[in-house]
Ligand binder design. Structure first.
Ligand SMILES: C[S@@+](CC[C@H](N)C(=O)[O-])C[C@H]1O[C@@H](n2cnc3c(N)ncnc32)[C@H](O)[C@@H]1O
Length: 259
């Protein structure tokens, strides 16, 4: 199990880099488009240093950020302290997927971004998260794309590692924090959501063309062009299949009863 106390600073640095920002911008754009116009109730599970929690709060939604790491929560609290205007709409709690304290409370969006790759049991996590989605709400999952494992290494010229991963059809590879992380496919995530009564929405590939650029430092115009290009490719085959991450969404349709 990854010790997030030790990688907290490294994660925050990655998150603030151009590559990190690219994924937050792509995911936030899609998520905000799926949320209702009114203030929604959002649960951000594994919220880390609070990037998406704060973005959704800034967009007017009521967000609960949950994370089992006290260090990550402290980093989120420091960021929240600089935005006191958001405090009435944001609550933070120390809990993981397995220890979420909600008996009756349900959410218009349940997010789990950048977390499943560190856990062993995708199916169990999706079952718990799906059960917290209110009617009409969405489950939003962002995780490592198993189908593209080895692509980053190949583009970086790390051919021996890339070939090994590709030939094995590897399920895991070393991620941004230097830790081996697991991948899932969009299809398997959609199938799990459907098992729990949710209706999958079109999925997106995230960070397709810029994932291997570790030190990418574009100027604002280049960044804007890159973002537009990534967005265009994110919904289209074959490009989306090569994204480092997959963003899957599934809706609890209003008339539908959960199994
Ligand atoms: C890579 S960070 C992602 C943070 C944030 N969601 C984002 O997308 O920027 C992974 C987070 O998952 C959290 N985490 C680890 N195990 C977890 C679990 N069992 N349930 C929920 N979150 C977990 C870690 O503490 C860490 O904050």
């Amino acid at each position: 199990m990854t010790d997030f106390a030790t990688v907290c600073a490294a994660y925050s640095a990655h998150s603030l880099s151009a590559r990190g920002r690219l994924r937050h911008d792509l995911v936030a754009r899609r998520l905000l488009a799926e949320l209702p116009g009114r203030p929604a109730r959002v649960l951000d599970v594994g919220c880390g240093d609070g990037e998406m929690t704060l973005r959704l709060g800034a967009a007017g939604h009521h967000v609960t950020g949950a994370d089992p790491s006290a260090e990550m929560l402290a980093a989120a609290a420091r960021r929240l302290a600089s935005r006191p205007d958001l405090a009435p709409r944001i609550r933070m709690l120390e809990a993981g997927v397995d220890s979420l304290p909600f008996e009756r409370e349900r959410f218009d969006a349940v997010c789990c971004h950048g977390v499943l790759m560190y856990l062993d049991d995708t199916a169990g996590a999706i079952a718990r998260l799906a059960g917290l989605v209110a009617r009409g709400g969405v489950l939003s999952v962002l995780t490592k794309n198993r189908a593209a494992i080895g692509f980053r290494e190949a583009l970086r010229g790390e051919y021996r590692a890339a070939r090994g991963l590709i030939e094995q059809g590897a399920a895991a590879s070393v991620g941004n924090l230097g830790i081996e992380t697991r991948g899932d496919t969009a299809e398997s995530l959609d199938a799990l959501a459907a098992e729990h009564g949710l209706v999958p929405l079109p999925w997106q590939g995230v960070r397709i063309f810029h994932d291997h650029h570790e030190d990418w430092a574009p100027d604002p115009e280049e960044y804007a062009q890159a973002l537009r290009t990534e967005w265009a490719a994110s919904t289209r085959d074959p490009y989306r299949r090569l994204g480092r991450l997959v963003h899957t969404l599934a809706r609890h349709e209003p008339g539908r009863r959960m199994p």
